[in-house]
Design a protein around this ligand. Structure first.
Ligand code: DAH
Length: 331
């Protein structure tokens, strides 16, 4: 009996050593531990033995049986891992797929940068509504109805019952000046970034919506000299260390007097207009019930898109808005 047990065990160990796959292992399991296995027969014959025989042989047979079970289990686990590595859909040796992180749109980046520079010069960042009324977008800014200057700001009107103070999509950020001054008293200095809308034919430099940044600084004795300093400081910081030539040209905007346009010289030697500005018109101060004899200040407005185009040498404003990932991913 004991010899037989030993023989079974030896054969099992040998055969197990030669097993290379799980199917074969399963056959071995059935062969050595199944109901019709030799070991099964031996264990079945225990009941015909004497008590002494049973005591001696039974425990040995059970130990052998447990040992066989354990070895099969261990081998099974090894084979499973090996097979999983080579055959399974899960190939843990493959390099992973890169998880792409999103990032801010170039216009948002440029806006953030502009805000940061003005904040460092003690300007506060405020916002105004994108849907405006006619009064704030035009009248309060000294652009009366039927004035030819209104044509500069052709826009989208909101459908509504006829009446006074119609609603429209703001054509510029300048109405935010009025909102702010209606609620605050000078001295202050603010910037207002935001989206604006125009009824435009689209081309490389015109979109029907784009971004502007309004600036307004009002106090007892704020002058054009202060404006010049602030603006030059801003552009030097924005174009980090590049040498910049400025040109201030007399210009006309209804809400300032005098009005100026600021040009900067590009690397190709051409001048490029980057902002409109001027000393706030006394009629504007009157609209917000400031006394124009007591205070004065400057205002300016610039296109964020245009600054981004200059900074990153982007030839077409429409690229910002058409959602082409080949463009967006470059920033
Ligand atoms: N609002 C003007 C525009 O959209 C830009 C502008 C010009 C703003 C002169 C100003 C300014 O504050 O003083 O064309």
């Amino acid at each position: 009996m004991l010899e037989k047990l030993k023989k079974i065990r030896d054969e099992f160990v040998k055969e197990l050593g030669n097993t290379q796959d799980l199917d074969h292992l399963e056959k071995i399991r059935v062969k050595y531990t199944g109901r019709k296995s030799e070991l099964g027969d031996l264990l079945g014959s225990l009941k015909d033995m004497t008590v002494e025989e049973r005591r001696e042989f039974g425990s040995k047979a059970n130990i052998a049986r447990n040992e066989i079970d354990d070895l099969i289990k261990e081998k099974g686990e090894n084979l499973y891992h090996k097979q999983a590595l080579t055959e399974s859909f899960l190939d843990i040796t493959k390099p992973g797929k890169k998880i792409e992180a999103g990032h801010l749109h170039p216009l948002t980046k440029v806006e953030d940068e502009i805000k940061q520079i003005f904040s460092s010069m003690n300007f506060s960042v405020v916002e105004g509504p994108e849907v405006e009324d006619e009064y704030h977008n035009f009248d309060a800014l000294n652009i009366p109805e039927n004035h030819p200057a209104r044509e500069m700001w052709d826009t989208f009107w909101i459908k509504q019952a006829e009446g006074k103070n119609r609603l429209l999509l703001r054509t510029h950020t300048s109405p935010a000046q009025i909102h702010y001054m209606e609620k605050h008293q000078p001295p202050f200095q603010i910037i207002v970034p935001g989206r604006v809308f125009r009824y435009e034919a689209l081309d490389a430099s015109h979109e029907f919506n784009f971004y502007q940044l309004e600036g307004l600084m009002v106090g007892k004795d704020i002058s054009l000299a202060n404006f010049k300093f602030v603006v030059e400081e801003f552009f030097k910081k924005f174009f980090k260390g590049q040498k910049i030539d400025f040109r201030f040209r007399a210009s006309y905007f209804p809400f300032v007097e005098p009005g100026v346009e600021v040009d900067i010289k590009l690397q190709n030697g051409n001048w490029m207009e980057v902002m409109g500005a001027g000393m706030v018109h006394r009629n504007v101060f009157n609209s917000v019930k400031y006394n124009p004899n007591d205070i004065q200040g400057f205002a300016f407005g610039m296109g964020i898109d245009r600054l981004a185009m200059i900074k990153y040498k982007i030839p077409d404003i429409r690229l910002f808005y058409n959602g082409d990932l080949r463009f967006i991913k470059q920033f």
